[in-house]
Design a protein around this ligand. Structure first.
Ligand code: FAD
Length: 409
């Protein structure tokens, strides 16, 4: 079987960036990436596609363009991982061994977790910014809708970019308000969770927009079934005593977000925690039982917000600690749980939520430059004009912009 010093599973935001950051530190490292896809997606751009601000093409690049020339690329998917044998198996049965393994396969969108959703998507006003190609369909529906009911759903946590379900709702409502049709559209938010946003500091700014758009907010209301042709959605409502009741709601447009879980080969392995996610240490991102395994990105069972912004801060931590481990030195870099969620509350303004473990605020900018708890134009400019370039030309190339790891305590 073939072997590599460092084997990375997944060539998404985390996998490519870790490879670049490792290479920056040690140009002689033998690195391989296993990644099946021919296209690399900049998923944070999909919210903007759904709001008519970006085109789909701006969010994609051929994988061959972002795959660093110094790595060996296996264009396949991993079927199973055997950390006891330092080995992974790919879909065609080939086995690859490693000295160090970095797991960065992202998470799995579990569309089948909602009855009828998979068949319903892309027709009859049923859409989701979580799927490439459908974000464009969101925007088409937003422009078409002049009256009726628009539903926006949010599944149970954890999900990637927890703010994205409501970002779609605010951008849509803003368009309807500007086109003077919002008064004839009944906008409803159905959240499986109990609060609008998990970090209280950002809630007042969001509530201002809920009022401005006249949105009807339903909490503990989980989308469980969709009937596309009949344009009906079923929500399971849980009351304070835990009793549930199913309610059917008709719609003209439905923006859904699927429940999410770790990829199957992680869930099925000895690397998973109880919830099925990769069981790495919160600070070092090293696996709790296998010292030569690290995790980066959405697959990690750490309590941070699953975002590309989190990846940006995790990558140098993984790179530094992996190289220390390789050299037999103690791990010194720590990740403090940073994640960020730019909440697009209207076209032109964003509430830039930035926080770490336990919901502790970690703003990147001083308050006079940008107050993260308010909707600001500066944060919109950052998201719409700066972040895509920083992603493609900064993070994916191993430039660790504002991402110096904290020393380990
Ligand atoms: P991904 O980027 O998803 O990459 C995973 C890679 O692994 C993929 O290329 C996949 O093909 C590959 N893979 C999967 N399974 C296997 C396998 N078995 N074998 C080999 N390879 C495999 N983040 C922000 O910071 N800000 C935002 O505003 C924001 N908005 C978002 C809006 C939407 C609609 C969505 C969907 C996401 C958003 N995110 C945002 C989240 C962000 O995109 C993710 O957190 C980020 O992409 C995670 O990086 P990752 O490398 O862990 O996973």
């Amino acid at each position: 079987s073939r072997g590599h010093t460092v084997l990375i599973v997944g060539g998404g935001a985390a996998g490519i960036s870790v490879a670049a950051s490792l290479h920056k530190r040690d140009r002689s490292l033998d690195i391989a990436i296993i990644e099946p896809s021919s296209t690399h997606h900049y998923q944070p751009g999909w919210t903007m596609v759904g709001g008519g601000i970006f085109r789909t093409e701006q969010t994609n690049k051929p994988m061959s363009d972002v795959m660093p020339e110094f790595v060996t690329w296996y264009q396949q998917s991993v079927q199973s991982v055997n950390p006891e044998e330092n080995q992974v198996e790919m879909a065609d049965g080939t086995r690859i061994t490693y000295r160090f393994l970095v797991l960065a396969p992202g998470l799995e969108l579990h569309w089948e977790g909602i009855d009828g959703l998979k068949e319903a998507l892309g027709q009859n006003g049923v859409t989701s910014n979580y799927r490439e190609g459908l974000a464009r369909y969101t925007w088409e529906n937003v422009q078409k809708l002049k009256s009726g009911r628009a539903l926006f759903s949010q599944p149970p946590m954890p999900i990637k970019c927890a703010g994205a379900p409501q970002k779609a709702m605010y951008l849509s409502s803003d368009y309807w308000l500007r086109h003077d049709v919002l008064k004839d559209i009944n906008v409803e938010f159905h959240n499986a969770g109990g609060v609008l946003f998990g970090v209280p500091a950002y809630v007042p700014a969001l509530e201002d927009y809920i009022r401005k758009y006249g949105i009807n907010v339903n909490v503990q209301s989980n989308l469980v079934a969709v009937n596309g042709p009949a344009q009906k959605a079923t929500f399971r409502q849980t009351d304070a005593d835990g009793n549930t009741e199913d309610r059917e709601v008709g719609f003209d447009m439905l923006h859904t977000v699927p429940p999410q879980r770790a990829p199957e080969f992680i869930r099925a392995s000895s690397l998973a925690n109880e919830g099925g996610w990769l069981d790495v240490a919160d600070d070092t991102l090293q696996h709790k039982r296998f010292d030569n395994v690290f995790g980066a990105g959405d697959v990690n069972g750490t309590g941070n917000a699953k975002t590309a912004a989190a990846v940006r801060k995790q990558v140098p931590v993984v790179a530094e600690n992996l190289i220390s481990a390789l050299r037999g030195q103690p791990l010194q870099a720590a990740y403090l749980g940073y994640g960020s969620c730019p909440l697009t509350v209207e076209n032109g303004r964003i509430v830039l939520a930035e926080f770490g473990y336990g919901g502790q605020l970690q703003p990147s900018f001083p308050k006079w430059l940008n107050d993260g708890t308010k909707a600001t134009r500066a944060a919109w400019w950052l998201k719409a004009k700066q972040l895509p370039g920083l992603y493609w030309h900064g993070m994916l190339k191993g430039h660790e912009w504002l991402a110096k790891p904290a020393p380990r305590q």
